[in-house]
Design a protein around this ligand. Structure first.
Ligand SMILES: NC(=O)c1ccc[n+]([C@@H]2O[C@H](COP(=O)([O-])OP(=O)(O)OC[C@H]3O[C@@H](n4cnc5c(N)ncnc54)[C@H](OP(=O)(O)O)[C@@H]3O)[C@@H](O)[C@H]2O)c1
Length: 296
């Protein structure tokens, strides 16, 4: 992150930022920059990571960058490090049975990730393992949050990968939806999960951060009900095959810390409203706001 880059202006606009926010330049592969940023901190939230399936861009920052953060945190003797891992480190396992409830004990199969060229999931899984190992070795108190696909309003003006996942169904760039399933969560719940695991002394290990699992067919149906004015694809790409079943996922660990998850319909609604407000989607003239009350 470059501190004075205009793309960070949304951070400077946060309430209290003038008095309480300091931005530092930090590169995951530049240990000195991390040391300077982390020195004097009580805690570290390590969220930075490339989001790409290009192995050359993904693996080194995800693994060595994460190790650097933990080592710098150990030197600074911080109270706790919260690491943002991913569902990508959890579910990529072809041996998992259809009735298995995905929980914090599940790990992605590294060979499967490599063979399917899923380098993002590979990087997140190896990065999380590296974080756990280095934290143990250096005596760092590490807690991990594994969010699923994050929805909801963007603070920044640019669109990130998880929001493109929704935008493509609204802007006419795709004519069909895939026969796939995906778990979703609201960005505010992800932020709250990070705060909860940081502030709860007894928090430990991994925390799956998920509200529900939907088939892409469910997603487009919800979007089409809320926003019929957009060219939302209602045809599956491979209609000849049976519809992929939704897997079950446990969010009990975070619920036990008091987190009440936002329903996915509301997350989808807020995502689209925010894309309109930020100018990424044209706003319809006669959109019926009452639909949100009927649907949620
Ligand atoms: N969005 C999701 O659905 C989702 C789901 C599960 C987990 N996550 C995790 O959540 C975190 C944030 O993801 P996001 O969706 O917000 O992605 P994003 O918008 O692409 O943000 C990634 C951030 O990482 C920073 N970064 C990348 N490489 C870096 C490096 N070498 N040194 C320093 N900073 C670096 C980027 O900074 P620059 O822009 O300055 O390069 C950017 O601020 C990631 O760890 C991701 O794996 C996201």
């Amino acid at each position: 992150m470059v501190a004075d880059d205009p793309k960070n202006s949304h951070l400077r606009e946060l309430e209290g930022a003038k008095e309480r926010l300091t931005l530092c330049r930090a590169d995951l592969l530049d240990f000195e920059s991390l040391r300077e940023a982390i020195n004097g901190c009580d805690g570290v939230f390590h969220t930075a990571c490339p989001v790409t399936d290009n192995p050359e861009e993904m693996v080194e920052p995800a693994v060595n960058g994460t190790k650097n953060v933990i080592i710098a945190a150990a030197e600074a003797k911080v109270r706790r490090v919260v690491f943002t891992s991913s569902i990508g480190a959890v579910t990529m396992d072809p041996k998992r049975g259809p009735d298995t409830i995905v929980d914090e004990s599940c790990w992605s199969d590294l060979e499967f990730c490599k063979n399917t060229k899923n380098w993002y999931c590979y990087g997140k899984a190896v990065g999380e393992q590296a974080a756990t190992d280095v934290a143990k070795e250096k005596g760092v108190d590490l807690v991990v949050v594994n969010p699923v696909l994050v929805l909801g309003p963007l603070l920044q003006s640019t669109v990130n990968a998880s929001i493109i996942h929704i935008l493509k169904y609204l802007n006419g760039s795709t004519k069909t939806y895939a026969n796939l399933v995906q778990a979703y969560v609201h960005v505010r719940d992800v932020a709250l999960a990070h705060i909860l695991v940081y502030e709860t002394p007894s928090a430990s290990g991994r925390y799956l951060c998920a509200e529900s699992v939907l088939h892409r067919g469910d997603v487009v149906e919800i979007l089409a009900k809320f926003f019929p004015e957009y060219p939302i694809p209602l045809k599956c790409k491979d209609e000849t095959k049976p519809r992929v079943k939704r897997y079950k996922i446990s969010n009990q660990k975070l619920k036990d810390l008091g987190l009440e998850f936002t329903p996915v319909k509301q997350s989808l609604y807020e995502t689209v409203k925010n894309l309109q407000e930020k100018g990424h989607l044209p706003v319809a003239l006669q959109h019926d706001e009452s639909v949100i009350r009927i649907q949620s």
